[in-house]
Design a protein around this ligand. Structure first.
Ligand SMILES: Cc1cc2nc3c(=O)[nH]c(=O)nc-3n(C[C@H](O)[C@H](O)[C@H](O)COP(=O)(O)OP(=O)(O)OC[C@H]3O[C@@H](n4cnc5c(N)ncnc54)[C@H](O)[C@@H]3O)c2cc1C
Length: 411
């Protein structure tokens, strides 16, 4: 029976420990926090979007960084295996729009409880407040970890060690980047990290006036010179610093890691209407409000919070009667609504990033086992690796699949 140490009690670490125990190993899981799954607890706004019910090809298509590396991990443990595993462990699930899988209770804490009892049932020894300080090696073999527990440093020997320490986003959950250091110290390369799935800061002051407004079914476009970096339809949210919401988070996966930080962007507020159709719609509204001031004529067309901003940018005097608005002025208004402009001034930081882009280079890891190619008996799993995906449960599936593959590969 081999002794396995897993460092990190997040999604990847818990799954690695469960799989390693199922493979007949004696497993000890070290977590520096006072409890397991601190980040899992806040996932999916407290509901935990566990995975995405989809085939492996779809999983791979939604991975933004190094999808090919995940081929074996996904094929050996895909979202259906994960759902089946949780249901067998007693957790009821439900599938929502876009294949997003949640616990039926809508409580991320139930996912954590299920994993905790799965660990217990398999006899995994869980040590909390236990911080790994160093991965120990002998020649090119991993032989344990140096651990800090109750203010004391101790050497713990093991036949295999799984590093599942996560990235550096949302540091309050314990994401401190220790895994990157362990990787470097043992001769692995670590690619440059940057925040991803993260909101944008915006230059223009008028965006802040829209704070709290959420727009559905709009098209959000980010441009770099002639090149369209991102253009998708969905939901956007205005915040005190700029923009957020599903469209922006997905767009951030395209901008993350780029040296250039500032990009022109715009929102098509009426993507279902052509310019001509929108003009016709405005004309109809104008004839209805024919004796009103321009500033009072847009309430059917735009959300209330948006109106003063659009009026201010339109160059049409707010107190002009709508029947005096010229064709040219109306054309300008159409352009403004089809291309409501602003400037992205960079991504927000790790504190607000759902994931960390970059990490332990997958070139140094065997994709069929998650074992290091440089140090025998040393495995990496989860966000600590240079892997990330779009929203929808795909990032957690990376953690479950890589954790599981590491666990079953140790014997
Ligand atoms: C706000 C938010 C919402 C999210 N929502 C979703 C979602 O709904 N669906 C989805 O798929 N993804 C979501 N994600 C992403 C997802 O949470 C991560 O991809 C996933 O948690 C990564 O799992 P992990 O086990 O690799 O790392 P983590 O979950 O970060 O776990 C790493 C663990 O290692 C511990 N650790 C670190 N260093 C040491 C050390 N030296 N010694 C001991 N322990 C250590 C940490 O304390 C931590 O508990 C969300 C992320 C955030 C921030």
């Amino acid at each position: 029976m081999s002794t396995v140490i897993v460092i990190g009690g997040g999604a990847a670490g818990m799954m690695a420990a469960i799989a390693a125990a199922d493979s007949g190993n004696r497993v000890v899981l070290y977590e520096q926090n006072e409890k397991l799954g601190k980040k899992l607890f806040i996932t999916g706004k407290g509901r935990c979007n566990i995975t995405n019910e989809s085939d492996v090809e779809t999983l791979l298509r939604n991975v933004t960084q190094n999808p090919k590396f995940l081929y074996s991990a996904f094929y050996s443990f895909d979202s259906y295996y994960m759902m089946d595993f949780l249901e067998r462990e007693g957790l009821a699930l439900k599938v929502e729009r876009g294949g997003r899988v949640f616990p039926a209770s809508d409580k991320s804490s139930d996912v954590i409880k299920t994993l905790q009892s799965a660990l217990k049932r398999r006899g995994v020894e869980v040590r909390l407040h236990a911080k790994a300080l160093k991965v120990l090696t002998q020649g090119s073999r991993c032989c344990g970890v140096l651990l800090e527990q109750n203010g004391r440093a101790e050497k713990k020997t093991a036949d295999a060690v799984v590093v599942a320490t996560g990235g550096i986003s949302y540091p309050s959950t314990g994401a401190g980047g220790d895994g990157y250091r362990f990787a470097r110290e043992t001769g692995h390369s670590v690619t440059e990290t940057s925040p991803s799935l993260v909101p944008f800061s915006v230059r223009e002051a008028y965006i802040k006036e829209l704070q709290g407004l959420s727009l559905r079914n709009v098209r959000f476009t980010v441009q770099d010179g002639e090149k369209t970096l991102y253009s998708e339809q969905g939901e956007i949210l205005f915040t005190h610093f700029g923009v957020s919401g599903p469209l922006v988070l997905t767009a951030s996966t395209v901008l993350s890691g780029k040296e250039k930080k500032s990009f022109p962007a715009w929102i098509d507020l009426k993507p279902a209407l052509s310019r001509q159709q929108l003009d016709g719609r405005i004309l109809r509204d104008f004839s209805e409000y024919r004796n009103s001031f321009f500033k009072n004529s847009l309430e059917k067309l735009l959300p209330a919070k948006m109106i003063p901003v659009i009026v201010g940018l339109s160059q049409i005097p707010p107190d002009k009667r709508v029947n005096e608005v010229t064709r040219q002025e109306r054309e300008g208004l159409v352009s403004l609504i089809k291309e409501f402009p602003f400037t992205v001034e960079g991504l927000r930081g790790y504190d607000e990033a759902i994931i960390t882009r970059g990490g332990v280079s997958v070139k140094d890891i065997n994709p069929a086992t998650m074992e290091s190619k440089k140090v025998r008996g040393l495995y990496f799993a989860g966000e600590v690796l240079d892997l990330d995906a779009k929203t929808g449960g795909f990032n957690l599936q990376i953690a479950w699949s890589t954790g599981h593959l590491a666990g079953i590969s140790i014997s």
